[in-house]
Every structure is written in structure tokens, then in C-alpha cells.
Design a protein. Structure first.
Length: 210
């Protein structure tokens, strides 16, 4: 299965991607990881990407797609792949189509903004060992203190209210239009994301026919 996961930040895409990677035995394709690997290997497309990165510029869509296509030729992609963080825009989706990258299905995890804000805004992270807690669903034994190492928990920049609202605004403006784009292609499947992880996974399997 060649799959794209869509959904707002905090919808559970990363968690479901991990489950699907194991279930389907296919790799999770992260554009950030691929770019770094291509640059490190010094491939032609990687060198092109490096020139933009060194100049502090955004890597253009056509170069990113080139790096992705290069990655998809690897043996572990023969049975499929799951795109993580790509495409983010209609332009990227069109570039994927134009360059012949095959997508079988697009899964959109739907979660209302108020639930996302509550979910992300309640996260507390240990700066020492990286354990993530939640003020409602995963409380530490002692409020504000990490169970593992005793460090004081912090609110990451990504989990601050202003950052969450900005991320949601960017998603609605740039990425959400992809839902209609893939719906028109007949590839879209939708699932609610307000469930607990086990229920969400069961729903994802059902929608994907697994």
C-alpha cells in the first residue's frame, strides 16, 4: 500500500504511521530524513538540495520531489510506503502526480481544533529524558515533576498556545485543501481522531480494509 496520512498537528498521524509501518511492513517516508540522508550521501539531488540549505533558503518542491523519487527506488519501498509530512501543499501534490509517484490511498484523520488545542496544550515534557506527560491523560506521580529522573517538566515551544494556533492556521490554509484534491481523485478515506489510540487504530484498519 502506498499511503499518505493527512491531518492537523496532534491528530495522531505519527502514532498511526508507526502502527501501519509494522502492520504493512513498509517504510515511513519522512522528507526531512530523506533530505538529510541525500545530502550526507552526496547524491546529485542531495547536492542540489544542499546548495539551497546552505544558503538558508527553502528547498523548492521540485528538488524535494526529486529526493523522494530517489528514495522510492530503494528495495524496502517495493511493497509500498507511507508518506510522513508530505505533501504539505497542493503544489507538492501536483508535483508528486506529475513525476509519476504512485499513491493508492490518502487517509485524513479528522480532529476538531478545540480538541487539538486541549491535546497539545496539556502536554508537559521532561527536558532531561524526553518523557512526555499530559495534565489530563498521563499525569506524573508528582505534579510538574518527571517520574523517571525528577526534573521539572516544561511546556515546549511547540505546545504553547500561540504556537498551536499558528500551526493550526498554517494547516487549514496550506494543507487542508489537499482533502478535496484527493477526494476528487477518489483516493480519500476519512477517520475520526478524537478517540483513544487503540480505538483510532481499529478505525484506521477498518477504513483501510486491513
Amino acid at each position: 500500500m502506498r499511503l499518505i496520512l493527512l491531518g492537523p498537528p496532534g491528530a495522531g498521524k505519527g502514532t498511526q504511521a508507526e502502527v501501519l509501518v509494522e502492520k504493512l511492513n513498509v517504510p515511513q517516508i519522512s522528507t526531512g530524513d530523506i533530505l538529510r540522508a541525500a545530502v550526507k550521501k552526496g547524491t546529485p539531488v542531495g547536492l542540489k538540495a544542499k546548495a539551497f540549505m546552505d544558503a538558508g533558503d527553502l528547498v523548492p518542491d521540485d528538488v524535494i520531489i526529486g529526493v523522494v523519487k530517489e528514495r522510492l527506488t530503494a528495495d524496502d519501498c517495493k511493497n509500498g510506503y507511507i508518506f510522513d509530512g508530505m505533501p504539505r501543499t497542493i503544489a507538492q501534490a501536483e508535483a508528486i502526480d506529475e513525476q509519476g509517484v504512485v499513491i493508492d490511498m490518502v487517509l485524513s484523520i479528522e480532529v476538531p481544533d478545540d480538541i487539538i488545542i486541549k491535546r497539545l496544550g496539556g502536554r508537559r515534557t521532561c527536558p532531561e529524558c524526553g518523557i512526555i506527560y499530559h495534565i489530563e491523560t498521563k499525569k506524573p506521580a508528582k505534579e510538574g515533576i518527571c517520574d523517571g529522573c525528577g526534573a521539572a517538566l516544561i511546556i515546549r515551544k511547540d505546545d504553547e498556545a500561540e504556537t498551536i494556533l499558528n500551526r493550526l492556521e498554517t494547516y487549514h490554509k496550506e494543507t487542508e485543501p489537499l482533502i478535496d484534491y484527493y477526494r476528487k481523485q477518489g483516493k480519500l478515506r476519512e477517520v475520526g481522531g478524537e478517540f483513544n489510540i487503540a480505538s483510532q487504530t481499529a478505525e484506521v484498519f477498518k477504513v483501510l480494509g486491513l
